[in-house]
Design a binder for this molecule. Structure first.
Ligand SMILES: NC(=O)c1ccc[n+]([C@@H]2O[C@H](COP(=O)([O-])OP(=O)(O)OC[C@H]3O[C@@H](n4cnc5c(N)ncnc54)[C@H](OP(=O)(O)O)[C@@H]3O)[C@@H](O)[C@H]2O)c1
Length: 319
């Protein structure tokens, strides 16, 4: 009986592996638009897809990013300015992309642009902090997707949305985890709607990687800004020690958890664009697979206990 069950499981796993490894054909006339190519995963993915022969349309927030994309890549790679929070900029890019792809449509749209700060205890946030992060990570991603969807449908292509493992478990307050939860929800409904049109939608859930988003200096500077603007009563309820330990925890988590091998994430993006059957979700990084995802399946009381143990106690804590 057990042997029979084991053989069925092995056979299913083997079948899944073969299915997972099947690739699409020629990539030479396939266009892929990537957002946020100034640095990090976007920049690396653009270079790697260019190397494979894709026609890469790399969009950057800054002119510096556009110039650096044009240097050292093939003439197939074209770069353009795009601010995903600006409707006029999105429409301008859409007209440009339409002219590039013509009747072929857009094979891939990689929604990668994102920002993380402000991150910190929820009580330290103001509404504009949520607007700033959700504007890029969620509303920007949604507007870009809706704008380019007709072109992706034409090519029966792929949409790859970069969420985060933080969509599964909210480690810190601020708009970041919230926005990534929204990305998952948006992608789930989009995937079900689009499968009727041959469009595959994938979600990437990276753990912690060393990029500008996880830049410690930037996070620490922003935490000081949040702390300094608190009212004296709120600041007193936490205490200076709490703030210092909170900064230390961020420093420790970034130093211990951050992986420098960004290709673990771009490999997932490449699979989603080149596999015949793209996966629905890709978790990237050891911390995502071994820590955050198992933690997200634990009973909430246990997950809360473990996460609270990592954080300092405010001076006026009643527990
Ligand atoms: N690194 C991680 O640990 C990690 C983990 C999970 C998920 N992610 C996600 O992965 C994606 C890529 O981040 P990354 O880690 O590669 O960091 P990154 O190097 O900072 O990349 C993010 C890119 O988005 C750009 N961007 C910011 N605001 C924009 C806007 N309004 N319009 C267009 N582009 C904008 C940034 O441009 P500037 O550089 O000019 O600001 C930057 O090029 C993000 O969605 C991030 O949330 C990262």
């Amino acid at each position: 009986m057990w042997l029979y069950l084991l053989s069925v499981v092995l056979l299913l796993a083997f079948g899944w592996l073969i299915r997972d490894r099947q690739k699409i054909g020629d990539v030479k006339d396939k266009y892929v638009l990537i957002t946020g190519c100034d640095s990090g995963f976007g920049s690396l993915l653009a270079k790697r897809l260019d190397h494979q022969g894709f026609c890469v349309l790399a969009s950057c927030l800054t002119q510096k990013g556009v110039d650096s994309m044009h240097r050292g890549n093939s003439s197939r790679l074209k770069a353009v300015l795009l601010d995903v929070t600006d409707r006029v900029s999105i429409q301008k890019t859409a007209d440009w992309v339409q002219a590039q792809v013509g009747e072929k449509g857009l094979w891939g749209l990689v929604n990668n642009a994102g920002r993380a700060v402000p991150i910190g205890p929820t009580e330290w946030m103001k509404m504009e902090d949520y607007h700033a992060v959700l504007g890029v990570n969620l509303l920007g991603l949604m507007e870009v997707t809706l704008t380019f969807l007709p072109l992706v449908k034409k090519a029966r292509g792929r949409i790859v949305n970069v969420a985060s493992v933080m969509a599964r478990i909210s480690f810190a307050g601020g708009g970041y985890c919230l926005s990534k939860c929204g990305v998952e929800s948006f992608s789930d409904s989009l995937r079900r709607d689009m499968q009727n049109f041959g469009v595959q939608v994938s979600i990437i859930e990276p753990g912690f990687f060393r990029t500008a988003v996880t830049n410690l200096e930037c996070i620490e500077k922003d935490l000081h800004r949040l702390w300094d603007r608190l009212s004296p009563e709120v600041r007193e309820s936490y205490g200076q020690k709490y703030f210092e330990k909170y900064v230390q925890v961020q420093r420790f988590s970034m130093n211990v958890l951050c992986d420098s091998d960004l290709s673990k994430v771009t490999d997932c993006m490449e699979h989603a664009l080149t596999a015949r059957h793209a996966r629905t979700r890709y978790a990237a990084g050891w911390d995502a697979k071994l820590f955050w995802i198992p933690l997200s399946y634990m009973p909430t009381i246990l997950a809360d206990f473990l996460l609270s143990a990592l954080l300092p106690k405010p001076s006026q804590s009643v527990r």
